[in-house]
Design a protein. Structure first.
Length: 364
């Protein structure tokens, strides 16, 4: 029994460290990567809690000490995860009617540069008929394949790169004032444009794919975080309808993604509806939401779904929004605190970037 207790003690200590370490706002990749597997750690915590309750002697106070620690881990991970389940209230209201003149369907797809199954992605486009497609990691080879869509998607923005950060936009609707920015790193682009709906309404779009904190790319999350914050600060200052989408290389429930939502004022249509885990397509037990779409309170949600696999390590995200008229919709997201503003300022100052570096289509 002693050996069993020691084994559970060691496992509990490791679990507690993995749970508490991300609270530390240290930007090193080995800390920030622990933001990702909260769902997996929740499952492990629940299983460990059950095993300890069944196998250990409940008459000993040391057993209850372990149970309390593991129960804390369960509650803590659940606090981050529950907003992305159906038991939580929705943040974005459901569209009451379909107005084709004021509706936009967006497909966000990280294609995985070496993936050569372009036909599968094109088939997804044919089947789901998005109005706008944004691809991440698309290089020159992918551009040639995607250009076959131009008969239906005649408005395009192309930035083919061989460094895993190429980006392409194909749209049925007119795109104006388009620009490719390199906001933080000289080899990582973002695209900014103004889209005009059939109704004549204009939507400001920002397509992002910052580099992740990882041992093979960036040792820290500082560049990723700074890019997201300056875009957040930029869009917070406009009354124009806004959509931000892309592979943000951060999970929906991380503190840094929440900071982006707070600073920008944008809404997350997944809240109260599901996680829509888009990565990793090949491993069902290690998936989390890396591909995102956030929007201003001008929109309601008609549909959001994760599409079928197409050979990439990401699934595509499909989102259908309706631009509402006037101020008929009352909806709001997370509130910003003074600590949030200070934290955001420190991140931006660290990279010597500014919200004024972000292109602002639609701003005279």
């Amino acid at each position: 029994m002693l050996n069993l207790f020691v084994s559970f003690l060691i496992i509990t200590i490791i679990l507690a460290i993995l749970t508490l370490l991300p609270i530390w706002r240290f930007e090193a990749w080995w800390v920030r990567s622990l933001d990702f597997p909260r769902l997996q750690l929740l499952v492990v915590s629940l299983f460990l809690l059950l095993m300890e309750a069944v196998l250990l002697d409940l008459s000993h106070y040391t057993t209850w000490g372990l149970l309390i620690v593991v129960f804390f881990c369960v509650v803590y991970h659940a606090w981050w995860i529950i907003p992305y389940t159906r038991v939580f209230p929705i943040e974005v209201k459901s569209a009451k009617r379909a107005d084709n003149q004021r509706m936009i369907r967006i497909m966000t797809a990280n294609v995985l540069t070496p993936n050569r199954n372009a036909e599968a992605l094109i088939e997804l486009v044919r089947k789901n008929v998005p109005d706008l497609i944004v691809t991440l990691e698309s290089d020159g080879w992918w551009q040639v394949k995607l250009d076959t869509l131009e008969s239906d998607y005649s408005y395009t923005i192309k930035c083919p790169l061989d460094n895993l950060y190429g980006m392409h936009v194909y749209s049925r609707f007119p795109l104006t004032e388009s620009k490719v920015d390199y906001l933080v790193a000289p080899d990582i682009p973002s695209i900014h444009t103004l889209l005009t709906l059939p109704s004549g309404d204009k939507i400001r779009h920002h397509f992002l794919h910052p580099a992740p904190p990882s041992p093979t790319e960036n040792d820290e999350s500082s560049e990723r975080d700074a890019e997201l914050i300056i875009v957040a600060k930029s869009v917070a200052e406009t009354d124009t309808p806004v959509i931000v989408t892309g592979d943000l290389n951060d999970v929906a429930w991380s503190e840094t993604t929440r900071l982006f939502r707070k600073i920008s004022g944008l809404l997350d249509p997944r809240i109260g509806r599901g996680m829509f885990n888009t990565f990793h397509a090949d491993y069902w037990f290690m998936r989390w939401p890396l591909d995102h779409l956030f929007h201003s309170d001008h929109f309601t949600l008609s549909k959001i779904s994760r599409l079928a696999g197409f050979g990439s390590d990401h699934f595509a995200l499909f989102t259908e929004l309706v631009l509402e008229t006037g101020n008929n919709v009352q909806q709001s997201g997370l509130k910003t605190s003074e600590d949030d503003l200070t934290w955001a300022k420190d991140k931006v100052d660290d990279q010597n970037v500014s919200k004024y570096d972000v292109s602002r289509p639609g701003t005279s």
